[in-house]
Design a protein around this ligand. Structure first.
Ligand SMILES: *Cc1c(COP(=O)(O)O)cnc(C)c1O
Length: 429
């Protein structure tokens, strides 16, 4: 197994020219890439650079395309404006303000700020907590302020007062970037506090298995983290890593295989999710291989998301009809054990919407949609129809078909924006 650093080291914009030279880009394309990177943040870990990218195929390599700014990612006029600034060695301030102006023009559907559903306890707002669905509470342990014991006390009190909650989902910036000790200080009180047996599952949304498997192998506190996982499981809870994967290559390294094995040996389960991304994984073969490999490794395929990003990252979006075609072709090629996966799923602010199919009704095609998850449980699992539109990329591109009278989810979903929980937390590391 090739050695990897125990903590990720990050490459950033200052390394871009050398890295794009390694990918074989011409001087002009390298400059255009730097211009794009003035607008889009770029930082990528040594594991991705050394283990995941196939440099012989770069710049067409899918992992390279996922993590590096592309010279054609912005409208040409903007790229060329920035190229001119870089050529005449404009000041950092000047470049920065040009980049900000460009970003503002591009942000046609900005990802909303963290949803304002943080609940209150005794009239005080609970920071970093979202009561997302009746049975699910989101907790961002690395969000904002420093950890304080009373925050966990208040989370515990809130959960105790809400016996309908079965799932606590740790999310936000990757929670496994916290030390095992920091994570334990947040989770252990929940395990031992009285009156919390209704919390049946603790989930952790993370991209570490794909992007930093050393987290479970050689990180200084890897053993401590696995012991924490064991303690959660022995305490009678289901612990699930909601693991982000975008390409089979992320599963092929010995590091990923060993890391997954160690996690599973603690008794935790691993459910997988990731977006369908144009030019990275928008092919049925890739998805079939992803699900088969995950299943062979003991993971459970869970969600295939529709990518929805703001501004320049529209570059990665795939139309809904195409996403359905990719999903269905892949789904037909795998066994029932892989068909735990649902998709293509739009993770929207009110809930999760799956595109189930494209039925013909009286000579017309429609899109048949369904809420898998919703703030209002009475709307879950009801089919509803949209007009067929092969170019539509999101709910707000769709129009209700055949009237809304008997399609109760529609009023909630019209003009709906993406959830602030990003589908693609690992896009840039
Ligand atoms: C998907 C999702 C969840 C969990 O939903 P499940 O269907 O129970 O997996 C929670 N919060 C957000 C923001 C989500 O997007």
């Amino acid at each position: 197994m090739a050695p990897v650093s125990s903590r990720p080291r990050f490459y950033h914009a200052a390394h871009l020219d050398a890295l794009t030279a390694r990918a074989g880009l011409s001087a002009r394309e390298r400059l255009r890439t730097r211009a794009v990177a003035a607008v889009l943040p770029f930082h990528v870990s040594d594991y991705v650079i050394d283990q995941l990218i196939d440099w012989d195929s770069a710049p067409d390599d899918p992992i390279y395309r996922l993590v590096f700014p592309q010279p054609d990612m912005l409208p040409d006029e903007y790229t060329e404006l920035l190229v001119r600034l870089l050529r005449r060695n404009a000041s950092a301030d000047e470049i920065h303000s040009a980049a900000r102006a460009i970003l503002a023009k591009l942000d046609s559907h900005p990802i909303p700020r963290p949803e304002q559903h943080s609940p209150t306890l005794d009239g005080l707002r609970l920071q970093g907590i979202t009561h997302k669905y009746p049975e699910t509470v989101l907790y961002c342990p690395s969000g904002g302020r420093r950890y304080a014991t009373h925050d966990v006390d208040r989370l515990t009190a809130y959960l105790r007062a809400h016996p309908a909650v079965t799932d606590l989902l740790l999310t936000g910036d990757d929670p496994l970037f916290l030390t095992a000790n920091a994570l334990s200080r947040r989770i252990t009180p929940l395990l031992s506090a009285p009156g919390l047996r209704h919390i049946e599952s603790i989930r952790i949304a993370t991209a570490t298995l794909a992007r930093w498997p050393a987290r479970f192998l050689t990180a200084p506190d890897a053993g401590e983290l696995l012991t924490l996982f064991e303690r959660i499981v022995r305490g009678g809870r289901n612990l699930a890593l909601m693991a982000h994967f975008t390409h089979p290559r992320e599963l092929r390294t010995d590091h990923a295989a060993q890391a997954a094995r160690r996690v599973l040996d603690t008794g935790a389960s691993i459910r997988t999710q990731g977006p369908i991304i144009r030019s990275v994984n928008d092919s049925p073969d890739i998805w079939a291989e992803l699900w088969r490999t995950q299943t062979r490794m003991g993971m459970v395929p869970y969600y295939a998301f529709v990518e929805r990003e703001s501004g320049p990252r529209e570059y990665f979006e795939v139309p809904l009809v195409r996403a359905h075609q990719i999903f269905t072709t892949a789904y037909r090629a795998v066994s029932g054990l892989c068909r735990t996966v649902r998709g293509p799923v739009m993770s929207a602010e009110p809930g999760k919407v799956v595109l189930d199919g494209i039925p013909w009704i009286h000579g017309h095609r429609y899109l048949s949609l369904r809420l898998l998850q919703c703030r209002d449980p009475s709307l879950v699992n009801l089919p509803f129809l949209a007009r067929y539109d092969p170019a539509a990329r999101w709910l707000d591109d769709l129009e209700p078909a055949l009237g809304t009278a008997h399609q109760p989810p529609w009023p909630l979903l019209l003009g709906t924006r993406p959830s602030s929980a990003r589908n693609n937390p690992a896009a840039s590391w």
